[in-house]
Design a binder for this molecule. Sequence first.
Ligand SMILES: Cc1ncc(COP(=O)(O)O)c(C=O)c1O
Length: 438
Amino acid sequence: MTNAKNIVAADLKHVWHPFTQAGISPDPVPISHAKGTVLYSHDGREILDMISSWWVTLHGHAHPKIVNAIAEQAGKLEQVIFGGFTHQPAVTLIERLSALLPDDLDRAFFSDDGSTAVEISLKLAHQYWRNLGKPERCQYLAFEGGYHGDTVGAMSLGSSSGLFAHWQNMMFPVTMLPYPQTWQGDPQIEQKEAEALAKLDEHLARQGDQTAALIMEPLCQGASGMRMCRPEFLRAVAEKIRAAEVLLIYDEVMTGFGRTGELFACQKAGVTPDMICLSKGLTGGFLPMSLTICREQIFQAFLGDTLEKAFAHGHSFTANPLACAASLASLDLLLDEETTRRRLAIEAFHTERLFGLPDHPRVTKRRVLGTIAAFNIECDDAGYASKTGPRLRDYFMEHNLLVRPLGNVVYLLPPYCTTDDQLNRTYDVIEQAMAEII
Ligand SMILES: Cc1ncc(COP(=O)(O)O)c(C=O)c1O
């Protein structure tokens, strides 16, 4: 057997893949190495990674600056317990990030992935109010369709995504607000926003003083289908939440590090949340790490002279030095003029090619936000389980494109090093798919 066949055979025998029905899925593709936007398979394929490998790869695969930073750090300090100890890469990373984030978003708690960053924000909000002597503030608000991860608290916040039916009775109740999704040429956006804001008003009037926090994915709900909203809406929500003294949590696990045009979506909206959750692009996509960054007033509420008020939470790999070194190198690249130029070029390219695709009765709701582009395919079974998704994913893979629709939503979210040629090739295949199978 070839190496490729051996790997796949062993995989099929021993491995359990995420979000995969092994009973019907095609065999996994064995990847030997990757460079920039290209994944190279053991059997000689070159596949364009147009979704940044689940939205994590910022500057392309195997970027030498990040590779070297990790290698150098590994020779110095690979890991140290973060209870009672600290290290330069962690401290420098937070100093640099807090200088980039608005206002006093200065105090960071490290964890391992997007779900744990969200879980921590929930636990912090809960204990914050207890520490302030207001334990009755223990309810949460979130938006319909939001996705915040797969741990139990994060699932509760994302319970309306339709992904978690099996675990419904493990979750706690969260009040869901309507989400005013919008797209190019949407005539009803103001009405949708007004309805969502009215529902928020209603909730705050009834239960504002029992509400701990509102959490949202600012500007774009990722997993529910790259559903975008306007910055005006975020500002209006923030104003009402502030007036009710409820905490505002932005889950920027996907939108962070330049995806929406600005470095962070909160800047594009002109809103400073009380907490921001970051992961995915944090390490440039090299290593799992996440941050829950808080305003100083939240940290202050946990100070005292006994353990009683402390945040008794932590993970074995908290602030892993290799991941911090990768993040610092990734940040250097992100702030480089050439990366900014490329991000703008990708946005302009999306705008030209997506809106330039021919009219098609089933291709609707075209939208672009920063380096994210998406459209819907109208069908009878719209939603995450739509059969349209796997059919198109297989078609794209036959054309050596990693484009993995979210149900009936096709989207692109490429690494920032992606070239015009690679984007052109991708849009050509999409156009061909529109003619042949959509
Ligand atoms: C907005 C958002 N929050 C949280 C998560 C969960 O992150 P992770 O898969 O790293 O746990 C995701 C993952 O896609 C996400 O998009």
